[in-house]
Ligand binder design. Sequence first.
Ligand SMILES: *Cc1c(COP(=O)(O)O)cnc(C)c1O
Length: 253
Amino acid sequence: MNSSSGAGRLVGAGSTGAGSPQARRDEIATNLADVRRRIERACRAAGRDPSGVTLVAVTKTRPAADVRHLSALGIADVGENRDQEAALKAAECADLGLRWHFVGQLQRNKAASVARYAHIVHSVDRVALVEALSRGAQRAGREVGVCCQVDLGDGAAAGRGGMSPGQLLELAEAVEAAENLRLLGTMAVAPLGEDPTRAFTRLARLSAELVAAHPGARMVSAGMSSDMEQAIAAGATHIRVGTALLGARTTLR
Ligand SMILES: *Cc1c(COP(=O)(O)O)cnc(C)c1O
């Protein structure tokens, strides 16, 4: 494959035309520059340092080739939401030294597999999952970071996963007590049909309660392609961005 750059590069069909690896890399580079600008602008508006916001590139449904493009463009954190797909991609891209974030709903019988490659699981929402992840992490001889996913939906607004806010401290205790897990913070998805700023403000309050009890648990994973500005304004430390980097997905997830 002709993907080298510089003076000696051959300009051949299939290497630089539309649909070529180089064209895809250019497309992602343009998108990434846009996203970085959005992050910088949102940080400036909020009086925050952009270095306090980690961009997690969500690569679900995308080929490992896209992960390689992102890595070449400076992305160090990638997110996936299905174990089987994530495990394959993490293995294919093991040479890149990336941090793998698991951001999807997680079944207990997949926890041990996820614990083998994930650095951070954003979507821990029940004690049974804590136990299963902990066992998996012990077996793999690894430490896995954990965020507690909170459901910010209240009544009218449809919930999008996570435990009810009243269970946050109890779940955090369970994570803190579990071997080979490290409690990092909170995660949420803004409910559909509600102003994301209101939802992320509730998350910020919950995060403050968590930090009061667990000072190390300052991570706030919030914000996606459509609402990263609101999430950054509310204090997100990690944003999870797929569409704005890689284009619209053809499958609904
Ligand atoms: C898919 C997904 C994202 C990324 O969503 P985009 O709208 O494509 O940026 C973020 N978080 C979670 C939990 C996801 O499943």
